[in-house]
Design a protein around this ligand. Sequence first.
Ligand SMILES: *Cc1c(COP(=O)(O)O)cnc(C)c1O
Length: 492
Amino acid sequence: MFYNSTRGNDSGRSAAYVIKNGIAADGGLFVPESIPALTAEKLAELEGMSYPQRAAEILGMFLTDYSKEELTAAAESAYGERFGECATAITLVGGNSVLELWHGPTSAFKDMALQIMPILLSLSLDKCGEEKEALILVATSGDTGKAALAGYADVPKVRIQVFYPSEGVSNIQKLQMATQEGANISVCGIKGNFDDAQSAVKRIFTGKEAAEKVGEQGLFFSSANSINWGRLAPQIVYYVSAYLDMVAAGSVAMGEEINVTVPTGNFGNILAAYIAKQMGLPIKTMICASNKNNILTDFFETGVYDKRRPFYTTSSPSMDILISSNLERLLYFVLGAEKCAELMKALSEKGVYSVGEDVRKALAADFAGFSGDEAATEATIARYFDMGYLCDPHTAVALYCADRYKEQTGDSTPMLVASTASPYKFPAAVLRALGKEAPEGDFALIDALEEISGVCPPTGLSSLKGKAVRFDRVIEKEDIDSAVYGFAAEKL
Ligand SMILES: *Cc1c(COP(=O)(O)O)cnc(C)c1O
């Protein structure tokens, strides 16, 4: 299977090339030239398999230049003991099947992709005969940074540099990144928001000059953000797997449709659900859940994507995004490369584009946009806690939107809701929502939450206590370029 750019001027690339390079030469994102079919027979075959086996099968449909043995070994290593008992878990609460995707080492769903992607990248270096080492640049709103650091720390022939908004992530998230071990890593806070970080990284990434400069140091740029297809492909797996788990639990009959609600930021997670649907997984509607930064809600309602609006910092920081990169892939699938390139140009030059009424209607056959503000988030955390379920603010936004969708449409199709982070990553916000005193200090917060909920904190978070802070640098957003060159020039 080959991959083409969403903007039409880079095509016929192998999966290994796409994973190695991250972004297309014309600034577009790579997409598979066709979507493989998930037949009823194939679904039945996957039913009796473990998560790693399912992952190897589904990844094999997209990453055709990786052998079955390579993918099986990669999936076993990624989703084995580092995920505790199981890669994913479903809890039935409030009429929703809540799909917990955060049982990996960094307690966010990003681990589902970033535990396996480093293995796929290492393989791709060999497959492509690449002699340079990879310099992975990451812009993060909190969770990707830590998950990428954990995945790539001390991976041979790779170094990784992470930029995060210094005032836009939770304390625990900051601590997770600042204490990361490994000789091949660098972490920088920036004075700016996630979009600033992401735009700078994308610009450096696609610029000729920067590539030449780091090339002189024997390095080439790669990406661990969800602009890289290597992030998206592993995310398709858990929708298929969750569906089979729902069938096994008796929540749906084989072949029966489900709806899926996804708390959305960069549109990567929900795009993976869309691709699963295109493959043939019986998904009816995807509910795109946004927080107060509800640009996607407006887009699905009006067909206009307008980033000229205030940016809000919320208790669900991984959704505080105004430029949802992966929406570009959806536009490509629906409109084709030429129109997609035109819209992306309008977005970067004018800050706005419109897809028109016909396309808006076509999108409405697959997607519904809903949003919940801070009050809704808090109320939902409290309401679900009363029902016996402790959730984080991102998951709360999704649960709120799932429930509003059902209420407004009367649609009683079984609902799968993606739960994307452990509540212990955001203990201050969760305690506040529960109307509890929030004590001083990150570990006091974790202890207080454990005391009232009786839920064990993930060891990856409680073990942060006592770890030395290695990175505390905060830079101006204009200095991101020089930070990259500085790190590239370091002898590790
Ligand atoms: C990254 C993240 C999201 C948003 O996912 P996208 O793929 O960027 O849409 C939602 N919740 C949490 C906890 C995250 O870390």
